[in-house]
Write a protein that binds this ligand. Structure first.
Ligand code: ARG
Length: 680
């Protein structure tokens, strides 16, 4: 295939943009018929609406395509590259799925120009005998054609599609099987180019995506209350989502929406005034805020005079009286220090921007909502309805006592994130119990004109954490589990596990410590991330510390094994680097090729996660790499030694394949927030 040159990219981008324009016109025509249905029945209308949706989807795919072409074009200005010439490839790793979608869409359009929005179905093949990917469009296309009066067998449709597929550097061969499946076999040379350029760069580049400004709202514990396992889930999931989006090149703002404002502060402050009257001069030792909170709550419930004083404190806090603010700061600081300890241990970066931050914006948004006549009176409170059909309950914007609520602060917050932070996408990571709240916020923000078609809002819910008895996660004595203690227990158990295997005798103290931490925190994170987040999840140290199956321990072991190979072969990093210039990765053996194909899936795994924000497929992918690597290593000699243990032969092509595996594997660990070690 000839190298596509600069003009070619330009031309292809123009063509694709043309297609977008045509699709947009089609949508406009549909809108007209939708708005003036005339005689059309509801069924036709629904069909139009459905088609409209599909066209929009097609536009989205084309837009991404145009963007990638433009990017290539601009890269071309400095050096001419093409998909077949990945040695000089731009800094993005190619998504095979996107490439195949594009090829097949074009082929089908060419074969059947009259079919609007043809179904392009591409799946991974689960048996390499039937190719690496499969296109299953022929069957639905044949049905579609039949419904329009043209009878063609699916096999004939498949043949016609294949005839129209343009030559591509990705595809080795195409075969038609069964009723009309098109089996696609990938080209080794293409894989080789991608993996070699990755080795040359010493890192794996992300696939190309449109850069966005994204707020990820996660962790978000509440001051003076314990940071519980639910917040731990939010912290782990939110951090991993942020890591993924950052890796993909987005501009991510990580925010913890602390519960640091509200009426409970009245009783906390009133209690502080009694307990530590000197609090303005010296910092009171309220290190155990939990019990401090409990004491003040008890007094609040039992002592009328105290209750009154607590309410007074709330009023004073709201009018920012200096002494009261000082007390509030003290309490928040104590909490924050506790949260910090957890973040530090788990290596989490997040900015505290709690409810208190939105104080002044709340007044403003209320005024705006009022001016737009969006607030309704309801038994003394002010409420706002979203889409009544969707949600069925309103937001409470002002309580009957004049106070603001969680709803009020979230309305102010979303406005700030859109207008001031200029975010294109806001992601909230909280337990599933808050789904309704975020649905309401979304629908009210749309009604108020704050959230428009330009921004996206996603709630990323997750299920509850249960103990091994499948009941709410508690200590044996029934208390809520303190996170610091949970992490400590993880460390102890990880150390015991290492000792059981006699590793304490093999590793230096420093190595043992690093291994202990990597295992403990890695396991806790991985156990959380590897489950479908919608399901409730059972916290079990025994299961997460198992070194068999899909666990962090198993994966970390695989990585150390991978890394030990170069050591066994006595190769320095410099020698491997030099080999990249002279040697090609070996992809001849069936198991080498299998491993390489798993590695090539990396960009597609990430793009899918970016769409639906489910992280467990990344864990499954890590496991897949692990298994493919083990199969390869069991079947393919990399280093041959003689009886005396001296190296007699090193298969450098295989060492390079191992190196590429390590690079991708480590990048996955990084996105999952799991630290790796050289030895464990
Ligand atoms: N602090 C809340 C909680 O503990 C979570 C806050 C989530 N973010 C938000 N913008 N409402 O449940």
């Amino acid at each position: 295939m000839a190298l596509p040159n600069l003009q070619d990219f330009q031309f292809r981008a123009d063509l694709a943009e043309n297609e977008i324009e045509i699709l947009k016109k089609k949508i406009d025509c549909m809108k007209v018929s939708i708005q003036s249905p005339g005689e059309s029945s509801t069924i036709e209308l629904n069909q139009l609406l459905q088609e409209n949706g599909k066209l929009k989807h097609q536009i989205a795919i084309l837009k991404r395509y145009v963007e990638s072409l433009r990017k290539k074009e601009s890269n071309n200005k400095s050096s001419v590259t093409s998909v077949s010439d990945t040695n000089k490839m731009d800094s993005h790793t190619i998504s095979i799925y996107d490439q195949l979608m594009e090829l097949l869409l074009k082929a089908i359009n060419k074969a059947y120009p009259d079919v609007v929005d043809p179904p392009v179905i591409i799946t991974l093949s689960n048996n390499s005998k039937f190719g690496d990917y499969q296109c299953n469009s022929a069957m639905p296309l044949s049905k579609l054609l039949a419904s329009k009066g043209t009878k063609v067998s699916p096999r004939d449709v498949a043949n016609k599609i294949v005839e129209n597929i343009a030559e591509s550097p990705i595809i080795e061969k195409l075969e038609i099987a069964g009723p009309g499946f098109i089996n696609i076999f990938l080209k080794r040379e293409f894989a080789l180019n991608i993996l070699m350029s990755l080795l040359k760069a010493g890192k794996v580049s992300p696939p190309s995506v449109k850069k966005q400004r994204i707020v990820v709202d996660f962790s978000s514990p509440n001051v003076a209350k314990e940071m519980h396992v639910g917040h731990l889930r939010s912290t782990i999931i939110g951090d991993s989502i942020s890591r993924l989006l950052e890796y993909l090149g987005h501009d991510v703002l990580r925010l913890s929406h602390l519960g640091d404002w509200g009426t409970q502060f009245g009783m906390l402050i009133a209690h502080l005034q009694d307990k530590f009257p000197n609090y303005l001069v010296t910092s009171p030792p309220i290190s155990d805020l939990q019990s401090f909170y409990k004491e003040s709550k008890k007094r609040f419930d039992e002592d009328e005079a105290f209750k009154k004083r607590a309410y007074d404190c709330v009023v004073k806090l709201q009018s920012h009286e200096p002494d009261i603010m000082k007390a509030w700061h003290l309490i928040c600081d104590v909490s924050r220090k506790e949260f910090e300890k957890i973040y530090e241990r788990l290596d989490i970066k997040v900015i505290d921007r709690g409810e208190s931050f939105y104080q002044k914006y709340m007044e403003q948004i209320i005024k705006e909502l009022d001016e737009k006549n969006l607030l309704e009176e309801d038994e003394g409170r002010k409420i706002m309805w979203g889409d009544k059909k969707d949600v069925g309950i309103p937001l409470t914007i002002i309580k009957s006592d004049g106070g603001f609520t969680y709803d009020t602060s979230d309305m102010a917050c979303i406005q700030h994130r859109i207008n001031v932070e200029k975010s294109d996408w806001i992601i909230y990571v909280t337990d599933a119990g808050q789904s309704m709240h975020f649905q309401l916020i979304e629908s009210c923000a749309k009604r108020a004109g704050i959230l428009t078609d330009k921004q996206k809002l996603s709630h990323v819910p997750f299920g509850v954490v249960l103990g091994e008895d499948k009941k709410k996660f508690k200590t044996r004595s029934g208390d809520t589990i303190k996170l610091v203690e949970l992490l400590d227990e993880g460390l102890n158990r990880a150390l015991n596990k290492l000792k059981e295997k006699g590793r304490d005798k093999e590793l230096t103290e420093e190595e043992l410590n690093a291994a202990k931490e990597a295992i403990a925190y890695g396991c806790i994170k991985y156990a959380d991330l590897s489950h479908n987040r919608n399901h409730e999840y059972i916290f079990s140290f025994d299961k997460m510390l198992d070194d068999k199956g899909n666990t962090a321990v198993y994966l970390l072991y695989t990585l150390t094994r991978i890394r030990s190979i170069a050591r066994i072969a006595n190769l320095t990093p410099e020698q491997i680097k030099a080999a990249v210039e002279t040697t090609s990765i070996s992809l001849e053996h069936e198991k080498e090729w299998k491993l390489a194909k798993v590695l090539l899936k990396f960009p597609d795994v990430l793009l899918k996660i970016m769409k639906d924000l489910y992280l467990h497929p990344l864990c499954e992918y890590c496991y897949e790499i692990s298994c493919a690597f083990s199969e390869f290593y069991d079947n393919c000699y990399c280093v041959e030694k003689n009886k005396n243990g001296e190296t007699i032969k090193v298969n450098m092509g295989r060492i390079l394949l191992i190196e590429a595996t390590a690079i991708i594997f480590e990048q996955c660990f990084d996105i999952l927030g799991i630290k790796t070690v050289n030895r464990m």
